[in-house]
Design a protein around this ligand. Structure first.
Ligand SMILES: [Mn+2]
Length: 269
């Protein structure tokens, strides 16, 4: 029996995902990999993320992707755009946050449409629920309210519905310490966010929005251990030549952020 991994909110950060899956987790064909949606948008390489997931499935890896609100948005925009008069609609790539999904003719390739349309809204196993955002337990039938599954935040778990199993979700960027706290509720059937804000990196500032975000996490469902990879898809933009910061050699900028900031202060401060 292989391992069971959960990863969420990759948001087009292909390099970060690749390193997590293949250099840290070293996933194998005996493993199961659950991916909780928001594969695309915001980050630089949505197409490469989708291609890689499809490629893993084609190679025989057990990958179970789930639909996030950003996958739904691509499908909704595509349906809308096709219904618009050509003279009015503008390029499709301009209507989405994942323009690299669009082919040279300005179309959304059929392989992506088929993949996105095939995504389920949630998965229930013997011991957990997995969903992109969560469930609205105030809805008439929480397991039919698919909109809530993709967008809800801060919901209360109703144990009458969940049979005591925890809900693993993404969608809501959560501080690492809070994720660790939520994980302690695993056996009490709590809700656990695994979204550590991988894409929330400020390339312009060359710094993290928060020192405890900007990472892609993986949860081992059996040991309940977390694995993490910081975002490596964004590199700080080169400084304009007239900036005093441009005098700083580029290797300095690869230093950890606090060290870099201290050096900057010493040089230009
Ligand atoms: Mn989301």
């Amino acid at each position: 029996m292989g391992k069971r991994w959960v990863v969420t909110d990759i948001h087009g950060c292909y390099k970060t995902m690749y390193r997590l899956l293949h250099q840290i987790l070293k996933i194998s064909k005996d493993d199961q990999l659950f991916m909780l949606g928001d594969f695309v948008s915001k980050g630089p390489s949505s197409a490469k993320v989708l291609d890689h997931i499809m490629d893993l499935q084609a190679q025989g890896y057990e990958v179970y992707p789930i639909r996030g609100n950003h996958e739904q948005k691509i499908l909704d925009k595509w349906a809308w755009w096709q219904g618009e008069p050509e003279s009015l609609r503008g390029p499709f790539a301009g209507t989405i946050k994942a323009p690299d999904l669009v082919d040279a003719n300005g179309q959304l390739p059929q392989k992506y449409i088929d993949f996105l349309e095939s995504l389920p809204y949630f998965i229930e196993t013997d011991d957990v629920w997995m969903v992109h955002a969560g469930f609205d337990f105030h809805a008439e039938d929480p397991f039919r309210d698919t909109d809530a599954m993709m967008v809800i935040r801060g919901y209360e778990v109703d144990h009458a519905y969940t049979k005591g199993k925890p809900i693993i979700h993404g969608h809501t960027p959560t501080l690492f310490a809070s994720i660790q706290r939520q994980l302690k509720e695993f056996d009490r059937g709590g809700a656990i966010s695994l979204d550590n804000g991988c894409v929330l990196y400020h390339p312009k500032e060359g710094t993290w929005r928060s020192k405890t975000m900007g990472r892609l996490l993986a949860l081992d469902l059996d040991t309940r251990q977390l694995y993490l990879q910081r975002n490596i898809d964004y590199v700080p933009k080169p400084m304009p030549a007239h900036s005093p910061l441009a005098k700083i050699p580029s290797w300095v900028r690869t230093l950890p952020v606090p060290v870099f900031q201290r050096l900057i202060h010493r040089i230009v401060g």
